[in-house]
Design a protein. Sequence first.
Length: 269
Amino acid sequence: MNNKIDSSTSETKNNPDTGMNQSPKTPNDWVKYFIQYVKDNFKGFVRETVELVVVTLLLLIVIRWALAEARYIPSGSMEPTLQVGDRLLIEKVSLRLGRAPRRGDIMVFYPPAAVLGGKDLSYDPLSVLGRLTGLPMLHYENAFIKRVIGLPGDHIRIKAGVGVFINGELLDESSYIKAAPDYDLNVLGDIGGILGDSMREYYRPFGDPEHANEPVIVPPGHLFMMGDNRNNSLDSHIWGFLDQNRLIGRSCLLFWRIFEPPSYKKEIQ
C-alpha cells in the first residue's frame, strides 16, 4: 500500500499536465503560470492595495489636519521676510490646543469669500478631501499667508509714509517690512481696493454710510492681517478683517529657499 501511494504521488508531481506543481520551462508554461498566479492572488492584491491607500489617506489627513503641512510662497506679498518659491512648514498643533494668534505671527489662512470671487469654501466631498489631503489632482481653494497685525479689540490706524498705529502707538516694524505703507487708513470706509487681477472693480466692504466713518477696531474673533510688502499685498487694508475660523496654521520653519548665484565681473582678456 505504501509503495502504491508513493508511486501515485510521484507520478502526479512529475506529470507535466498539472503545470503549476513544477517550474515552467517553455513560454506557454510561463503564460499558464502567470495566469494561474494572477487568479490565485488577485483578490489578495486588491485587498492589500485598498488597505494601503486607505491607511495612507487617513495618515495624511491626520497629519495635515492636526500636526503640520508644507506650503510654498507663490507671490512677493511677504517680501523681504519670505521670497517667491520659499517652502515653509505650517504647524497646526498650537491652534488645535487653543493657543490664540499673537501679534507678529505669520499665519496661513483661507481669505474671505470676496477674495475667492464671491464664492466661499466648497464643501462637496472632493473639495473637502482636497483641503484635507492637499493632493494636487483634487480641487481646493488657494490660501494666503500674512502677518498678524491687529488682535481683537485693537484700534488700527495707518499713516502713509509712517506706519501702523495700534491703539495710538506706532508699531515698530523696522525689522521685517519692505517699505512704509503709501496709503492712509483712518476709518472703516478707507478699507478697500482691487481684489487681484481677475477682479477690476473697486471693493469696499464698509462703504455704506452706517459704517464708513467708524474707527477701525478689530471685532471679536477676528484679526487684521498684513503682508510685509505693504504696498504690494492683498490684505486686510483691502478686504477687511479675517475670521479666525479661517486660519489654517502658523508658519514655524523655512526649510527651502532658492538663492541666486553671485555675479562676478568678467575677466579682462
